[in-house]
Ligand binder design. Structure first.
Ligand SMILES: NC(=O)c1ccc[n+]([C@@H]2O[C@H](COP(=O)([O-])OP(=O)(O)OC[C@H]3O[C@@H](n4cnc5c(N)ncnc54)[C@H](O)[C@@H]3O)[C@@H](O)[C@H]2O)c1
Length: 425
């Protein structure tokens, strides 16, 4: 553990960075108007009084505002990273020094430290877990069973985590109810689509300074993230190619005007590749074998398994770092392939993750879901649940209000018309 100027348990890079972190947190807060409203309510009503929360999230300025909101609602919250490369060290330092929130996260930490930090967050003996990718829950259920009895409920932020948790529930190993924040409309329709779309392009461009106009940009996976990424790459003038395994999604991509083909073919054409599937080995040996010299490969899916890096290593005679976040692999046949950000989510590795305005909604869903779970956990089974519709709609309504946008209301006549069946026949 670092020597700290405070008595708060923590492991962060340096408290000298804390002033910078404060500015970054304040800047993000300006764009998180819905969370500000919830924070005011939390300060008044103290719905989380006495609740210990262990959160495993990307340690960014937006997450800091969520942690402060939970703390202001009466919770004792501790935070560790959900990815070794996504921590903003200045933000981590500020959360400890200025807000007294325990943080265990250092940008670039190795695998052992990553898991040690998850353990330290669990030492907090949480009543509620808050996960992004389900690593915290997995460790609690396998290696820290001592804390499980005290946990009343949890939330999950991302698609991959929800898939893992549903698998746990199906196998009967999940020990408490979880709300799948990812599945709220006000989360995946905006965060996964517009947040990942914009910030993934941001990460690729910051890492490479590559001109997308006129390039061939291959997006693997046309789910929520893939749709957003494809539309933003097209907006910058790239010719976008989609690969999919789901016929309906592939058809949607065709009718959205993209070229759709198997990766086998796309691999020969692409200048830039980005995987966003939540699946493993989507880019692999047979694809590297036919890629153009100088191809750029990246991932924005949750885990760094979408690109088969060991296969790339095995095919290469050497590698070197050519820029921050760019590793150039020299293949034995003389071609070069550039891997970005060690195959980890490139929007968080090379850029700053999603803009605050979109995390405003995701984290409003998180805060309201925790409040809901604290009130209702006793009546919920050990399963994965949706964010209640009324919370989801409330977040949308508050976001529109914060943007100064008014929408129509149903007239009594329209309500009656929609509720009945006799008219219009
Ligand atoms: N980078 C970020 O900040 C960020 C944000 C949100 C979600 N995510 C992660 O991104 C991933 C995708 O999330 P999503 O919400 O778009 O999920 P999704 O389920 O909506 O979409 C995934 C798509 O990938 C397709 N797919 C699966 N295997 C494939 C393969 N081998 N080749 C081509 N397509 C394949 C699926 O058919 C599906 O359409 C998840 O791992 C999620 O956790 C990352």
């Amino acid at each position: 553990m670092s020597t700290t100027a405070t008595s708060v348990a923590s492991d962060v890079k340096s408290f000298e960075l804390a002033d910078l972190g404060k500015k970054r947190i304040d800047w993000a807060n300006q764009s998180m108007k819905v969370l500000q409203i919830i924070r005011k309510e939390f300060i008044k009503n103290q719905p989380l009084k006495g609740i210990r929360i262990s959160a495993c999230l990307h340690v960014t300025a937006e997450t800091a505002n969520l942690m402060i909101t939970l703390r202001d609602g009466g919770a004792e919250a501790a935070l560790c990273a959900s990815n070794p490369l996504s921590t903003q060290d200045d933000v981590a330092a500020c959360l400890v020094r200025d807000y007294g929130i325990p943080v265990f996260a250092i940008e670039g930490e190795d695998n052992d430290t990553y898991y040690k930090h998850i353990m330290q967050a669990l030492d907090h003996k949480p009543h509620v877990t808050m996960d992004d990718g389900a690593d915290l829950v997995s460790i609690a259920l396998t290696k820290r069973t001592d804390v499980v009895d005290g946990i009343i409920a949890g939330t999950e932020e991302t698609t991959t985590g929800v898939i893992r948790l549903r698998a746990m529930a199906k196998e009967g190993v999940l020990k408490y109810p979880i709300v799948a924040v990812n599945d709220a409309d006000t989360k995946h329709l905006f965060d996964n689509r517009y947040g990942t779309g914009q910030s993934t392009i941001d990460g690729i461009v910051r890492a490479t300074n590559f001109l997308l106009a006129g390039s061939k940009f291959v997006v693997a996976g046309y789910g929520w993230c893939g749709r957003g990424l494809a539309s933003r790459a097209r907006g910058l003038g790239a010719e976008v190619i989609i690969t999919e395994i789901d016929p309906t999604k592939a058809l949607e991509a065709v009718m959205d005007g993209y070229r759709v083909m198997a990766m086998e073919e796309a691999a020969k054409l692409g200048d830039v590749f980005c995987t966003v599937t939540g699946n493993k080995n989507v880019l692999r040996k047979e694809h590297y074998e036919v890629m153009k010299d100088g191809a750029i490969i990246s991932n924005s899916g949750h885990f760094n398994v979408e690109i088969d890096i060991p296969a790339l290593e095995a095919m290469s005679s050497s590698k070197r770092t050519t820029r921050n976040f760019v590793e150039e692999y020299s293949l034995k046949d003389g071609r070069k392939i550039n891997l970005l950000g060690e195959g980890r989510l490139i929007n968080l590795a090379a850029a700053e993750g999603h803009p605050a305005s979109v995390m405003d909604m995701s984290f409003a869903d998180q805060a309201l879901s925790v409040e809901y779970l604290v009130k209702n956990h006793a009546s919920l089974k050990k399963d994965v649940f949706k964010v209640p519709d009324e919370l989801d709609k409330r977040v949308a309504k508050l976001k529109l209000e914060s943007m100064g946008i008014k929408i129509d209301r149903l007239t009594p006549e329209q309500e009656e018309y929609l509720a009945g069946w006799s008219e219009g026949t």
